[in-house]
Ligand binder design. Structure first.
Ligand code: SAH
Length: 467
């Protein structure tokens, strides 16, 4: 079975440094279940491909007693394992590309964190769940996914396709991230690990899933399959994952939202904010609107009043919040013509997602301040580079105004989950920078009662795509 990693980063031969494997050499590594070989079928400055060839020996497998319990004798020797990418491939990646997977590169350390164009081809990938599942796994991580189902037997077309796919995954990202993604997700696709899964597997999952798994829209499914459907382990892993995100959104958000509302209540800021945003959308004549970080659907309720809007999609990373939104919007009781307009989807704003495409307007209402500053660049790309709606409205607190809130202790932010709050200058600098990078123009608007010194409590930026 093969794994091909190709880059067109210039000079492409840098791939050799990143993988710690010289492009002119062919190297072999003994594995408990056979041999792994690394070589470069193509290597020049324009394009470079590294191949990991895994030669699994079914006899070694039986000797190692892998995956053999309870099965008939023949199936121990005759099975698909030598010919497909499975957990054996992950084990080989961890051994052969250990240094690259851990994000180290002695010769070119600056390349380790650099996003480079990469493409992975797995010619025989078991895909229990089909191409759509493959896409569900990789598209939220920003990959372009192409896959061709392999027929069960080309001489008997009536037998239809097998569970195997010739898959190619392309993305621009650091090599270490790509290796972590495939290390975790190959066994998830195969849904059949060759070894006993215990507590130490949780550590592996959390280590290699760091920075992406907790935000993945189907992290529960990934975790369960990775841990071979051992529910107690999966529960433990998911708990640890949410602890990792210190202020996990699902847990205490309702309480926190109420706190923020109480601070802002005397001026019913929330209402003013939603009215201004809904009015701006209406003026733009947008027909399809996506509310990113929709929370409990307050803006969606306002937008529903506007007859000219044909489609409203709310996105949030928190399943629980979406459930509340569904109840508050009384989705199940709405007349069909209104219900059909609304769609609520679970998704993360820091991963490219095709479901965010083809909207006239996107809103980020009191959302950006809930993201760690170092994740904001990812959100910018997802919204302004990939989804690219004609109009984007962003609102966020103006920190200068906080002194006016009598109930807010000095120096505190308005909400315990806020990772930052910006001054007017900080917000405007950020917005102008977004315009420069992604070809938008921006206008600013103040929302709420104005103080001559510290301005208004909320600041809003309306971005329009330059033609
Ligand atoms: N826009 C809503 C909610 C604001 S609170 C309103 O004005 O009422 C911020 C919301 O952003 C929360 O519901 C939170 O779950 C969501 N959120 C935070 N980080 C996110 C992410 N990375 N992807 C998607 N949603 C996110």
């Amino acid at each position: 079975m093969l794994l091909n990693i190709t880059t067109t980063h210039q000079p492409a031969t840098d791939l050799g440094y990143l993988l710690h494997k010289h492009p002119d050499k062919c190297q072999s590594f003994p594995m408990t279940f056979g041999q792994a070989h690394v070589f470069y079928p193509e290597s020049n400055t324009q394009k470079c491909t590294a191949t990991l060839l895994l030669d699994v020996n079914p006899v070694d497998l039986v000797r190692g007693k892998s995956n053999s319990q309870g099965e008939g004798k023949l199936s121990q020797y005759v099975n698909d394992r030598p010919y497909v990418s499975s957990s054996f491939m992950s084990v080989a990646i961890a051994k052969v590309f250990r240094t690259a997977l851990s994000g180290r590169c002695k010769d070119m350390p600056e390349l380790v964190g650099t996003a480079i164009p990469l493409s992975v081809n797995l010619p025989v990938l078991p895909c229990r769940g089909g191409i759509s599942f493959l896409k569900e796994l990789f598209e939220p991580l920003g990959y372009e996914v192409t896959g061709k189902a392999i027929p069960l037997d080309s001489t008997f077309t009536a037998w239809e396709d097998s569970v195997y796919i010739d898959a190619t995954l392309s993305n621009t990202l650091p090599l270490q991230n790509l290796l972590s993604h495939i290390y975790v997700l190959i066994p998830v696709l195969d849904d059949d690990k060759h070894y006993w899964v215990g507590d130490e597997e949780i550590d592996k999952l959390l280590r290699h899933g760091e920075g992406w798994l907790n935000e993945h829209p189907i992290k529960e499914q990934i975790t369960k399959r990775y841990l071979k459907r051992r529910w107690s382990l999966a529960r433990k892993a998911l708990e640890q994952l949410s602890e990792e995100d210190t202020q996990d959104i699902e847990v205490e958000d309702t309480v926190r939202d109420e706190e923020e509302a109480a601070i802002e209540k005397p001026i019913s800021l929330n209402q003013q904010r939603l009215e201004v945003v809904a009015e701006t959308i209406k003026q733009s004549q947008a027909k399809r609107v996506i509310d990113l970080g929709c929370g409990e659907g307050k803006l969606i309720k306002y937008l529903l009043k506007s007859k000219s809007i044909e489609q409203i999609t709310g996105v949030d990373v928190s399943y629980r919040t979406l459930e509340i939104a569904k109840k508050r919007l009384k989705l199940d009781d709405l007349p069909f013509h209104q219900k059909d307009k609304i769609q609520l989807i679970k998704g993360s704003l820091i991963y490219r997602d095709k479901r965010f495409n083809n909207y006239d307007a996107a809103t980020l209402i009191e959302v950006i301040e809930h993201l760690d500053l170092n994740r904001l660049a990812a959100l910018e790309r997802v919204v302004f580079e990939f989804a690219k709606p004609k109009l984007v409205i962003v609102t966020t607190p103006n920190i200068e105004y906080n002194v006016q809130f009598k109930s807010l202790p000095h120096g505190k932010l308005r909400h315990r989950d806020h990772r930052f709050e910006w001054t007017r200058k900080e917000f405007q600098d950020w917005a102008n920078n977004v315009c420069e990078n992604f070809n938008y123009q921006v206008a600013f608007q103040d929302i709420g009662d104005e103080d001559s010194e510290v301005g208004t409590p909320t600041q809003m930026a309306t971005f329009t795509l330059s033609i």
